[in-house]
Design a protein around this ligand. Structure first.
Ligand code: FAD
Length: 348
């Protein structure tokens, strides 16, 4: 990259140079972006992407930074979409479709839907991050996933700036996975997500102790589900504002039935759940816990005391320390169980 990106791209869009991203990644690591822009419209985002392309400058989409691990400074343009707006597209007696800007804070969207009696997102209350990132890993919690409510995803390709709209099937959603983490990884910017929400919600209460928690407030309704989920999450998960983390660092692995039976015989208490395509899902947190890492320290990073799936920056930690710890955990789990665990967090 010989030339520099224009600092003032338009009246409304400026590009910052050597932007510190410490407050833009929930681990709180001290990393910088060579260039940083926060477009408020799809057109502004295209303007920045187009200029970056001309200079052969890589582009990274960054929402709230709650699912990324920067291993070093980013030598390119970080595009942080601040595209706002929640618009009702159409509705009937059964459901309502809303189009939501990629920059809308996810939990503000959940609050909006719950206040209007629209069901589908309530179990996903308090997940950090932006709406634009929700389809990327098909966020999920308490028995629900974003895919249950996504109607389509809109955006543009970074190479030729052409627009796309992908319907739910084309997004190839799976457990913490989608086309945006695979074929389209690094190739697109999501600008808007359309959700189909129910006016006659069917509540999903069977996960863990959710039902019991809700009944403390009374008969289940959207607002009570939201309150219960928020309550449980606040109890269980560290707040990144106080302790740097990115939620679950690893995905729950799946194994075949033979391996599952083998593990069940050796560890009768191990949680094992049926998963897609006849496979069985293991709780990565439990595997890490059995390996003795719960509450472990590694320099200034470590494993959370109450939730072994959450790696934390205890203050002053570095990405290198976190990667070392992650490798150590993966090796220990592999050696003990013969099971590979993969990061859920996007390592950049
Ligand atoms: C305390 C805590 C709890 C969490 N709990 C959960 C949970 O229960 N369930 C769950 O699924 N996740 C959970 N997460 C992870 C995280 O909140 C979600 O993955 C969230 O969707 C990330 O949103 P973000 O805007 O911060 O994305 P970022 O971290 O900024 O980005 C994540 C990925 O998406 C890409 N991306 C972001 N925006 C766009 C865009 N507009 N277009 C294209 N690509 C984009 C990025 O390039 C990156 O690869 C948790 C995280 C924390 C810190």
């Amino acid at each position: 990259m010989s030339k520099n990106l224009n600092v003032q791209m338009s009246k409304n869009l400026t590009v910052q140079k050597s932007k510190n991203l410490r407050t833009m990644n929930s681990f709180g690591f001290d990393v910088r972006a060579l260039y940083f822009a926060a477009p408020r419209t799809s057109e502004e985002a295209k303007m920045a992407a187009s200029e970056a392309k001309e200079l052969n400058c890589p582009v990274l989409a960054l929402g709230g930074g709650s699912n990324v691990l920067f291993t070093r400074d980013y030598q390119g343009l970080v595009l942080h979409p601040c595209i706002d707006g929640i618009v009702v597209m159409d509705e009937d007696e059964e459901c309502c479709r809303i189009a939501v800007g990629a920059g809308v804070v996810w939990d503000n969207l959940v609050a909006y839907t719950v206040e209007r009696g629209l069901g589908g997102l309530e179990n996903l209350s308090l997940i950090p991050g932006s709406t634009g990132a929700a389809p990327v890993q098909n966020i999920g919690a308490y028995g629900a996933e974003a895919k249950d409510a996504v109607d389509s995803v809109e955006g543009f390709y970074l190479d030729d700036l052409s627009d796309f709209t992908l319907d739910k099937e084309s997004c190839r959603f799976a457990y913490r996975d989608s086309i945006f983490k695979r074929e389209l990884k690094g190739k697109i910017l999501i600008t808007r997500v359309v959700f189909r929400l129910s006016k006659r919600p069917a509540y999903s209460l069977s996960y863990g102790n959710l039902d019991e928690e809700i009944r403390k407030y009374g008969e289940p309704n959207l607002d009570r589900i939201r309150r219960a989920v928020i309550e449980i999450r606040r109890r269980k998960l560290p707040d990144p504002a106080e302790l740097g983390n990115a939620g679950s660092f690893f995905k729950n692995p799946t194994v075949d039935a033979v391996k599952a039976n083998e593990l069940r015989a050796m560890y009768p208490d191990m949680p094992i759940f049926p998963s897609a395509e006849g496979r069985m899902k293991l709780a990565a947190g439990k595997l890490i816990e059995i390996c003795g890492f719960k509450g472990a320290r590694h320099g200034n990073v470590g494993v959370h005391e109450h939730q072994a799936l959450v790696l934390v920056n205890r203050g002053g930690g570095t990405p290198a320390e976190l990667l070392e710890l992650s490798d150590k955990i993966r090796k220990a789990v592999h050696d003990k169980f013969g099971v590979d665990i993969e990061p859920e967090v996007n390592v950049i």
